[in-house]
Design a protein around this ligand. Structure first.
Ligand code: NIG
Ligand code: FE
Length: 410
């Protein structure tokens, strides 16, 4: 048992699995609150005046008037990668685009070349350190994609590393097979064959070992078509693996519609949205997910999330932590970008970065908000920090203490 008392504001108090439209700003708060944690989960919470009898030996954290948030859920990361790619970054500073770098064999293929010569242990160690880093900035659950392997063996190597990380760390981890991130070098010029190989060999092999929870496709201009995406999603559905699609980053690609049609759990990026793509998401179970870190780092438009929320959609925010387009997994900064650049209110950005992002990786029932029975993943902010200060004083870590599964981590 662990009891937290004297919380000045306890945010994200909702039993829902996601919040849409106007409700994203209505994510409830309790002032002057307590929480009781038992068995790693939230057992009860409420106003301090209503706190029941606490056993005399129960450990207590007196929050002393500090704010408590549900931990961030980061539903889209490529946090397992062999090395950083700052040389390409400098090329972009000099004027090349992300697509130009990819076309000349850099980008994802560059990471795949290095990964082929990196051991599972090395991959594990570097990703472990990055996860410790994002835990310190408040992330309590994250999704990890493969996608730098681009062959059956190498994709499985990445996913095995992700499963090991899941066993060894207190964060909750979900894994996604992203074989269709780029065409592997052995299949250069034979994209159709590569897609067939994903459907006929890669997905069955990954499913047989239970290495992935989801399947992703980079459905965009210069990468995979909507027809190829559909084919892969259909192959994944045979193994009950839902889709999480990279869509509409570089162009209005039809990726949103193909994701929705095939019951994808989320469609991510969405920098290029037309009204048709927005309409396609209405009244569906697919979570639109913005990745503002990629917009910021690549200097491309921000997803029109304000418009999407105004039209009644739910929106999630994730980091896209990866070496090419978003080398940062700090969800406080992602929230700040959502507020500063995409005009969300801080409370909407919080909903997007916690509950809706939990939903986007199939964790809406257990993570992302303060509710009885949900996992006790919480951040206690520093003295004087408020929700509004997270986007305002961006670039600072506002978190003092992290609790994951009811265990105090720092
Ligand atoms: O989400 N868009 C595709 N994939 C990543 C980039 C990966 C990379 O450049 O290494 C993304 O932005
Ligand atoms: Fe991505």
């Amino acid at each position: 048992m662990l009891v937290i008392t004297n919380i000045s504001a306890l945010y994200g108090v909702t039993p829902h699995h996601k919040l849409s439209g106007q409700d994203m700003a209505q994510n409830p708060v309790i002032n002057n609150a307590y929480i009781v944690i038992e068995g790693g989960n939230i057992a009860s919470f409420g106003e301090m005046s209503a706190i029941g009898k606490i056993p005399p030996d129960a450990p207590i954290i007196d929050a002393q008037g500090k704010v408590v948030l549900p931990s961030f859920c980061d539903s889209h990361t490529h946090i397992i990668y062999p090395t950083t790619r700052e040389t390409e970054f400098i090329d972009r500073v000099k004027g090349l685009t992300y697509e130009e770098i990819a076309k000349r064999g850099g980008g994802i293929l560059n990471s795949a070349d290095v990964l082929a010569n990196t051991s599972e242990d090395e991959l594990y160690k570097s990703a472990y350190q990055r996860i410790i880093g994002v835990m310190k900035t408040g992330t309590g659950a994250l999704e990890i994609k493969s996608g730098y392997g681009l062959s059956v063996d190498m994709e499985m190597k990445m996913l095995r590393v992700a499963r090991r990380l899941q066993q060894d760390l207190p964060v909750t981890i979900r894994t996604t097979l992203l074989g269709a991130h780029a065409v592997g070098r052995e299949y250069a010029g034979r994209q159709g064959d590569y897609v067939n190989m994903i459907c006929e060999q890669m997905i069955p092999a990954v499913a047989a070992e239970g290495l992935a929870d989801f399947v992703d496709v980079f459905c965009d201009k210069g990468f995979f078509t909507t027809q190829e995406t559909e084919k892969i999603l259909e192959a994944a559905a045979k193994y009950a693996l839902p889709g999480k699609i990279h869509a509409n980053e570089l162009a209005v690609s039809g990726g949103v519609q193909v994701g929705v049609k095939n019951g994808a759990l989320s469609v991510d990026h969405l920098e290029q949205m037309d009204q048709e793509a927005i309409n396609a998401l209405k009244n569906t179970t697919t979570m639109p997910t913005a990745l503002p870190g990629a917009s910021f780092f690549l200097g491309i438009p921000f997803s029109p999330v304000r418009k999407m929320i105004n039209e009644g959609l739910p929106v999630a925010i994730a980091s896209d932590y990866n070496p090419g387009s978003s080398p940062c997994g700090n969800m406080q900064f992602m929230m700040a970008l959502g507020v500063i650049r995409a005009k969300l209110l801080p409370v909407e950005a919080l909903t997007a970065a916690t509950l809706n992002s939990a939903y986007a990786m199939g964790l809406g029932a257990t993570h992302g908000s303060i509710a009885v029975g949900k996992r006790a993943n919480l951040s206690i902010l520093k003295s004087g920090a408020t929700l509004d200060l997270i986007p305002y004083s961006y670039g600072e870590n506002h978190i003092e203490k992290i609790i994951l599964g009811g265990v105090v981590i720092n």
